[in-house]
Design a protein around this ligand. Structure first.
Ligand code: NAD
Length: 531
């Protein structure tokens, strides 16, 4: 039974989902306060919050069994993500739930701006009938410049096409095909967009790169009479430069839902807000009933799926790429983890470096999560604390293990293969792994030897001189000790040279048996592993 703590108001639809889940128990403790939260958090596998409950480092320290922290909404300012990561807690939010609400508000702002709706509305309500004052511009035939063609930007783009607008976009981080698919012209420089667009709308996150992205210089490049819409985040457009642009008649109008400081305060912003050419709303992009319902449903679904290990959507501290199909990736994750564990059980000395090579389309596309799975496999046998997909890279880094990845599109013998070389203070070992029938993990390379071994259960790994009689001697000894051999895989570099055996056994061998094996004359090395 998974226990989930709800600390803020979440919509009824979310609670209904929790009630329907047979493997979940939940409790609502609204805004518990720091002290109370510290007392109770240890009893839960997951916590679902909004912005009202800070999840701080001490909370994660006290949260013994906590695995997931879900934020109903987007902002994560109240969650100490580093602390969560250190304690192996997944942090997730629900960024898609308000995509449509924010998209539609952008369209509403655009239309309101072009047709002077707020002023016309206020004027008629005052009893005036001054139609001539509210001459507007049409969207049809205009060029829209979208900065940031993500979830919201792309939806704004397709809706504006329906109005007959030509749409261009600047987004250096998306694939050209993504823009082509929605018939948007992707330009390679912001400058090109600024020079050509009649209306410009920004849909990027606020990052170091996008902070003050639209300032005096950028406005200077824009067309005379440009209209701007800002509904992403305050801080992307420089409000002083916007005011100057309006005063200089360079900018014909601005529609704003977000501000550098919220609520907006100060003389400058008041001057901007009071201008006739400026249409404003108080950060209401996500404010629809549907968005609020979807936020609750999504956060509950995501948290339950993550607890069950079925899917990890919108996890901000997990190295899975957006939209990864976890089910198809899972067998590779298992393979990588087993390879890591095998390496750790075989290697002697302190590990300095892990080099992972991905050959083949399926694995090279998921290098990051597979490397994390490999590190989890390496560290789990040696660390007492829980190692998971979230904290494995952090723990490896803490232990001074340098990790390098390389990718190659094609594999020679297997359509997809993962190679892992571990360098320690004493030796370097190489293991290769592949999937049989797309789901069964196999070890296909052990140092210089090609094999085809099943990494499951206890196994003996022998290295021996390739002379007649080895199989007989080892088989007899194991038989005498009542150790049943399940599978025996051999690899050798050349006849009469060295050979390696991977022997799956049904029950582990005792230290005494291992000693006897080591004493057999052709045997050079014996290691026992358990996967
Ligand atoms: P998203 O992550 O899906 O898309 C963001 C896009 O911006 C990505 O395609 C990314 O490649 C691009 N980008 C990043 N840096 C860039 C740069 N320097 N130049 C150009 N493009 C860049 O995000 P989203 O869900 O579409 O949200 C977009 C924005 O809208 C976010 O800032 C979000 O906080 C905001 N938002 C506001 C409201 C509101 O209430 N007004 C509601 C929801 C979202």
């Amino acid at each position: 039974m998974f226990r989930i703590l709800i600390t803020d108001n979440i919509g009824h639809a979310g609670l209904t989902l929790l009630e329907a889940a047979a493997d979940v128990q939940y409790e609502v403790v609204k805004l518990p306060g720091a002290e109370k939260l510290l007392q109770i958090i240890g009893d839960y596998d997951a916590v679902i919050t909004r912005s009202g409950t800070p999840l701080t480092a001490p909370v994660f320290e006290a949260a013994g069994r906590l695995r997931v922290a879900g934020r109903a909404g987007v902002g994560l300012d109240n969650i100490d993500i580093d602390a969560a990561t250190r304690h192996g807690v997944l942090v997730m939010n629900t960024p898609e739930a308000n995509t449509l609400a924010a998209t539609e508000l952008t369209l509403a702002l655009m239309l309101a701006l072009c047709r002077n709706l707020p002023r016309a509305n206020a004027s008629l309500k005052k009893g005036e009938w001054t139609r001539g004052k509210f001459m507007g511009v049409q969207l049809h035939g205009k060029t829209l410049g979208v900065i940031g063609l993500g979830r919201i930007g792309s939806r704004v783009a397709t809706r504006c096409q329906a109005f007959g607008m030509k749409v261009m976009a600047y987004d250096p981080y998306i694939a050209e095909e993504a823009a082509e698919r929605i018939h948007v012209r992707l330009v390679s420089s912001l400058e090109e967009l600024l020079r050509e667009a009649d209306l410009i709308t920004v849909h990027t996150p606020l990052t170091d790169e996008t902070r003050w992205m639209i300032g005096a210089k950028e406005i200077g490049l824009m067309k005379e009479g440009v209209r701007l819409i800002t509904s992403a985040r305050g801080g992307i457009m420089d409000e002083k430069a916007l005011l100057d642009g309006l005063s200089a008649k360079k900018i014909a109008g601005i529609a704003m839902d977000v501000y550098g400081k919220e609520p907006p305060k100060g003389e400058l912003i008041q001057q901007l807000l009071s201008r006739d050419e400026v249409v404003v709303t108080p950060h209401i992009g996500a404010n629809t009933w549907e968005a609020q319902r979807d936020v609750a449903v999504q956060v509950v679904q995501q948290v339950i799926e993550a607890l069950r290990g079925e899917n990890f959507r919108n996890v901000v501290n997990l190295p899975f790429p957006e939209g990864v199909d976890y089910r198809s990736l899972a067998p590779y994750m298992e393979l990588a983890e087993k390879m890591g564990s095998l390496q750790m059980q075989m290697i002697r000395g302190r590990i300095n470096r892990v080099e992972v090579e991905f050959r083949g389309e399926d694995v090279e596309a998921h290098g990051k999560p597979l490397t994390v799975a490999l590190l989890k496999g390496i560290l789990s046998p040696i660390l007492s604390e829980d190692v998971n997909y979230v904290n494995a890279p952090h723990l490896a880094d803490q232990r001074g293990i340098h990790v390098a990845q390389t990718r190659h599109p094609a594999a020679e013998d297997y359509s997809n293969v993962i190679l892992c070389r571990v360098v320690s203070t004493k030796e370097t070992r190489l293991i290769g792994g592949a999937l049989f029938l797309h789901k069964i993990p196999r070890i296909v390379l052990l140092d210089d030897y090609r094999i085809d071994a099943l990494p499951s259960g206890p196994a003996l790994i022998l290295s021996n001189r390739d002379i007649p009689g080895v199989i007989g001697k080892v088989g007899t000894l194991l038989g005498e000790k009542k150790i049943n051999i399940a599978e025996w895989q051999m690899g050798r570099n050349e006849p009469g040279g060295m050979a390696v055996s991977y022997i799956n056994i049904d029950t582990p061998a005792s230290e005494a048996v291992l000693q006897e094996l080591r004493a057999l004359s052709p045997i050079v090395d014996v290691r026992q592993v358990k996967l």
